[in-house]
Design a protein around this ligand. Sequence first.
Ligand code: GLN
Length: 490
Amino acid sequence: MKSLHTQTIEELRSSLSEGASSSVELVEQLFDVIEQDAGRVGAYISLNREQIHREALQADEQRAQHGSNSLLGIPISIKDLINVKGNPCTCSSEILKGYISPYDATVITKLREAGAVMFGRVNMDEFAMGSSTENAALGTTSNPWHLDHVPGGSSGGSAASVAADHAIASLGSDTGGSIRQPAAFCGCVGLKPTYGRVSRYGLTAFASSLDQIGPITKTVRDAALLLEVISGFDPKDATSLDAPVPDYSAGLDQSKSLKGMKLGLPREYFMNGIDPEVEQAVRAAVGKCRSLGAEIVDVSLPHTNYAISVYYIIATAEASANLARFDGIRYGLREEGANPAELYAKTRAAGLGPEAKRRIILGTYVLSSGYYDAYYKRAQQVQELIKEDFKKVFKKCDALLAPVTPTPAYRRGEKTHDPLKMYLDDILTTSVNLAGNCALSVPCGFSEAGLPIGLQVIGDHLREQTILDIAYQYEQNTDWHLRKPESSHE
Ligand code: GLN
């Protein structure tokens, strides 16, 4: 039998319900491999062994008395910006060091109802701003496939923990690509749900109109299993969608094919600047989908080129307002001052990192009178055009296929001195957030250097089942997802 910690949620559900193994054994194995790793992957910011052990024990007792339910005793790592009662929630920022959440986010309540064990807090770019987890103030995380490469970001700790078998699955958040991009860099499945599908209550806001929580997992089925648990209407989130939640995992059927599916290839996503190895892997994946019965059609999303500019105006504008709450009065760090204004200034100067400050300044600027119309309002107008682009293509296609990132994971330090270069890498993911669609990344190959490459499957609003179906058929007919990095211990 495979060691417990290397199994998927699906596999663990049967190993645990057969009674031969327990959740306590499982979490102990995870503790061991994380300890052996000695911070080389470094996915975790904090891990409360006692609490995890207690939750695993409770799950084992519950299983013995009442049998299994959906995620009973399955450890899930949580990105450090989702509130879990009694746990730290630092957003990898100095300003929130020492802060303890007084409540559970809705996704955590739902995971608890399904019996999951909250397994530690994973690293991220500060306040989810970044693409490499190098903007993290409280730890360094590496790509398990190549320890001198970045794991992607901002949910880098989530993806690294899953890829290294340091967690069974993880929750991340995606504002402009932060679930799909690290999933692609680390060879995991990562799904950004439709805006409103999953409650944002208890998610520390970066850009509220774009943020969504979603799963990062070892397989497509596991993504479906997590998504069906965390989705659904929540009166505590004013943007939550009141739409029925399908049984996503039950919908996945190996005997189906892609016959009758029309999949679009957006021309603009295969433009200059895409690494030839990425393009080749994605084109091969498209060929595979065709051989599985899909009809592939050429489509255009003509406003793709504006996505980065629009995203970095809208996201920074919202971030500048959202981060105003970290002022030294209500949360975390406080640097005393002679008066309130000095206290705020000193606290924010000491507690926020350079990227967060850059975005607050940029966001304040685009919202200021005199520039609001020129930047913010125009960005909103172009956002409408980006939405229209998607609406048009989804009249013709069931879903779109594209790369997730222009390149595979790069070396640590390669882009830290050039924020603009880092921003430009978000070209293939940000449009989806601006349009509110759903999309996922599924492993589709490796570069010659042995770094994973992701295939992006983009769906219309609330078409999670469609993109999961496509990714599942692709995954079941390939074996990329079965490879493991050398750094993960069997
Ligand atoms: N890389 C993008 C940024 O830096 C996306 C971040 C995210 O999705 N949280 O803003």
